[in-house]
Design a protein around this ligand. Structure first.
Ligand SMILES: Nc1ncnc2c1ncn2[C@@H]1O[C@H](COP(=O)(O)OP(=O)(O)OP(=O)(O)O)[C@@H](O)[C@H]1O
Length: 257
């Protein structure tokens, strides 16, 4: 069942200094089904974040439409949780207060919001760190707090913009395993921006490969690999080779010539 529909979306940004317009996205159409894990993959500047921001309602298409759950997106809403590249936690609040931030902002009683936050603190495996402050946790742990905060609102879809980009390789791989477990447990739909081919293949049920600016969808690939995925396995490498050929068509032609 389709949850997100991106229909013929283009986005131009005005560049007043150069008196020109930047075409960031060109006629993008894409459907994301409920419970899917879609990775938006492409080179730097191809418009991945711009597309994600439109699903979030932070930005609007120049033409075309984005809808979530059959509703046209025109502004941010609690049906869409967002996890940023940096965890964006409030350093003066404890972990549980950060996770429960949106509830307390809405005036929910402290005890009730603490109880609600606990389920998600447990889910991201931070039990025991409830009263710590962000500065006392590692980068990966803080990113888990950001994920718990997004999950708490029980959104239809979780939007993630390169959330593990700042982590070391080993922690990133550990976070991949955790995120897949959380995605399954919470039965959520995830749209995840990355420029890592391995990362997209480790996580996604689908990978939308985008071309360099102006961003277009080169191919939507369904990833039919068992989990946990083996990044050294032959099938994984077949997918990787295919994605590389989509991302570097000019270079491939150059080599062939
Ligand atoms: N607010 C803005 N004003 C002007 N140009 C913008 C704006 N936001 C994005 N762009 C341009 O749109 C294009 C796409 O940017 P975007 O950040 O979406 O790419 P990206 O694929 O997410 O890149 P990265 O992987 O480096 O984060 C870029 O050329 C960028 O300069």
């Amino acid at each position: 069942m389709t949850l997100i529909t991106i229909d013929r979306v283009s986005r131009f940004f005005n560049d007043p200094k150069r008196k020109s317009a930047v075409k960031a996205l060109d006629d993008i159409s894409l459907k994301v089904g409920r419970n899917e894990f879609l990775c938006l993959l492409g080179p730097s500047g191809c418009g991945k974040s711009t597309l994600l921001n439109m699903i979030a309602g932070f930005d609007k298409p120049t033409s075309g439409t984005v809808s979530v759950g059959g509703q046209l997106v025109s502004a941010p809403g609690s049906d869409r949780g967002f996890v940023f590249q940096q965890p964006t936690l409030m350093p003066w609040l404890t972990i549980w207060e950060n996770v429960a931030f949106h509830l307390t902002m809405r005036g929910m009683d402290k005890r009730e919001s603490r109880d609600k936050a606990q389920r998600f603190i447990d889910m991201v495996r931070l039990t025991g760190f409830e009263n710590h402050f962000p500065s006392e946790l590692s980068g990966g742990m803080n990113q888990r707090v950001g994920i718990a905060r997004a999950l708490l609102m029980n959104p239809e879809v979780i939007l993630m913009d390169e959330p593990f980009g700042a982590l070391d390789e080993q922690t990133r791989m550990e976070m991949h395993g955790e995120l897949v477990r959380i995605w399954r447990e919470s039965q959520s739909t995830i749209v995840f921006v990355t420029h890592g081919i391995d990362e997209s293949l480790a996580l996604g049920t689908h990978v939308a490969v985008m071309s360099a600016r102006p961003g277009r969808i080169r191919e939507l690939i369904e990833v039919d690999l068992p989990r946990p995925r083996d990044p050294t396995g032959p099938q994984f490498n077949d997918y990787k080779r295919h994605i590389l050929s989509l991302l570097r068509p000019e270079e491939t032609l150059g080599v062939a010539a």
